[in-house]
Design a protein. Structure first.
Length: 327
């Protein structure tokens, strides 16, 4: 399969019945250019329960979904530790791949998957849905337009309250922990504004000995122009989902940067000298946005290299942050 402009790539299958798939992804697929063809679980009963409300085929076993000729692309919302393996199998089966974040946890694996995708004429893309919300476009336009002058620094935070300690985000063997679960968001957003490559100046993780995973942390980054980024994150925190951009002439704050609801109209606060302008972004389902962007990149091979570079860049930076934090 080449996924060219002939129209292929219009049907998608979902590998796994994760909570994020049920809450956000499956409803969004139905409003995107994709046709939802099938949903796979290791349990047929579970697959049937999920598929019943969406009019798609229920499949027992991930490999069986990959064998389906009428599935052109797959979305993988499995535990973090399984993303790379099933992305590789999907690419080997000729399917385009949208992997839930973090797609992979090291740069070597990311490069290998990208090389396989490019060899097969396929796309592999990491799902950071917040990048597809209109508020991000507004922020980028304001910064590029000089509204805060020259960028001097970025400060991003994403924290969530603790949940069930038996959940997958608390399982070390599934690559759980705060860095992978929530830290990846402010790190990914920082790369929208700072120039690559980024240097890791410092990083730290706080571990819960009872859980065996990191539950909080911080990373300090710097680009070649001296612009710095502070990224804070945690899973034992009051909810916080924000980033700010500090420039030579002002400051821009996104109050609900990473996980706005479908109905929310997020507010951007532009602070310039003695005034503050509140800019209200339109309501948008950012998951519809990411599936639409995935579909468009399948249809347009020229758009794929940028997604591949982003995946490798993120994996490399996240791995370096973790290595620095662990000493």
């Amino acid at each position: 399969m080449s996924g060219d402009e002939s129209g292929r790539g219009s049907s998608i299958g979902v590998i796994g019945c994760a909570d994020i798939a049920a809450r956000r992804a499956l409803p969004a697929v139905q409003r995107s250019p994709f046709r939802l063809a099938a949903l796979a679980s290791r349990s047929l009963e579970k697959a049937e329960g999920f598929a019943a409300g969406y009019g798609c085929k229920a499949v027992a076993g991930y490999d069986r979904l990959l064998e389906m000729a009428d599935v052109d692309a797959v979305y993988i919302p499995l535990p973090n530790s399984e993303h790379a393996e099933w992305a590789r199998r999907a690419l080997d089966a000729g399917k385009h791949v949208l992997a839930e974040k973090p797609a992979v946890t090291d740069a070597e694996t990311a490069r290998a998957l990208v090389a396989l995708a490019e060899e097969r004429g396929l796309l592999i893309m990491e799902n950071f849905a917040f990048l597809r919300h209109p508020q991000g476009e507004r922020a980028r336009a304001l910064v590029d337009g000089g509204e805060i002058g020259e960028l001097r620094g970025y400060d991003g935070s994403f924290g969530i309250p603790p949940t069930d300690p038996n959940g997958i985000k608390y399982q070390a063997d599934l690559n759980g922990g705060a860095l992978w679960e929530v830290g990846c968001y402010p790190v990914r957003a920082a790369q929208e504004y700072l120039a690559a490559p980024l240097e890791v100046l410092g990083a730290g993780l706080r571990f819960d000995p009872g859980l065996g995973v990191d539950v909080g942390g911080v990373a300090l980054l710097r680009d070649g122009d001296g612009v710095t980024a502070t990224c804070s994150f945690g899973m034992a925190h009051g909810y916080r989902s924000t980033y700010s951009l500090w420039g030579s002439e002002g400051r821009l704050v996104l109050e609900w940067a990473f996980t706005p609801s479908r109905e929310a109209r997020p507010v951007l606060r532009l602070q310039q000298r003695d005034r503050e302008t509140r800019i209200v972004a339109p309501a948008s389902d950012q998951f519809v946005g990411v599936f639409t962007a995935f579909h468009e990149a399948i249809r347009d091979p020229a758009a794929r290299p940028a997604h591949h570079r982003e995946l490798v860049r993120q994996a490399d930076l996240m791995a370096r942050i973790r290595s620095h934090a662990l000493g």
